[in-house]
Design a protein around this ligand. Sequence first.
Ligand SMILES: [Zn+2]
Length: 380
Amino acid sequence: MRVVDFASEVSETLFFYIAKLRQLFKKKSSRTEHQDVVVRSERNADVLVPLSPKIRNFLTVDVECWFHAHNVGVPRSTWHLQETHILNNMDRLLLMLDTHDTKATFFILGWVADHFPEVVRMIAAEGHEIATHGYHHELITQMTPQEFEADLLQSLEAISRHTSQEVLGHRASNFTVVKDTLWALEILAKNGIRYDSSIFPISRKRYGIPKYPNRYPHSLRMPDGKPLIELPMSTAKFGSKLLPVAGGGYFRLYPYHVTAAYIRRMNALGLPAMVYLHPWELDAEQDRYYLGASKTFQHYVNLESTEWKLDRLLDGFSFTSIKEGLPSVRHMVRENVLPLFDLYDNPETARSNSNYLKKMSGKNAFKDILEEAELHALVG
Ligand SMILES: [Zn+2]
């Protein structure tokens, strides 16, 4: 299975480069044709938005230590015994953001808040947004709804001990809001979370919702009527294929100019990119372990490139936290409301969905616009 995964990663990367080269070639041969290509490749995009002069992209950090990554497989009972450079890594990251006068959203793991409270205080003191990454970094696909809610509340409690900032956002461990765990979104909304940034509209072994109906910021309406904003992870469309870009292992794997070209293209279309990284990805000096060919590759590839690539991105593009950036994409959020029912995939919820759609009356079913005041309350 690992070999298959590895082969799939490599073939996707090759596919990406081939598509990129073809695009560059077309750009050279005809500028007009290139414009068409861009428009055509985004024609089936989920939203049509007016061009915006200055798009602020989202910069997000999942605050965890190297041993929290599932690829590494360190048992939870030994986490407190592991060596970590999280303080040093956070120091460097915060300094870099300060140098570029840029704010970011930090999805903090509750475990980190409890064991390294100074991390929460450092982030808050610099005026960045604090959000939650759950407590134990457990995959939602391996939790019951009750366990997920307990883990979420434990993380919120841990974070609240060290900052008075209200937590508005959530990102799931390993993006495990998938078709079978959409109930997690209802639990988030019920507990006062205003936005989630966990859905990857691609197909992966552990995560992803292939054919997810919206790749850009939008609002989901929960079965009880509560709204929750979803900010999917960034993907680039090449032909009929969606590839992940602009974060984590993919950010390290792709050459800088590939990530930059993608962000430039998105911004030209009026769309913000979602960039994400982990503090341990700035630590090229960390001890390395053999985790099998595929996982070793994913976890350590181009580790030494994260820092300079990020530095260059911050030089070349405008970034901000989700909380600060949401108002600039509020037109997208407002015009793209999906009923959560529509995303479930079993007969009972499909039935509820069809009843719901009937109630929503025809053409407005997917365009139920949030009241301005309601949106204002969501995005602050
Ligand atoms: Zn994580």
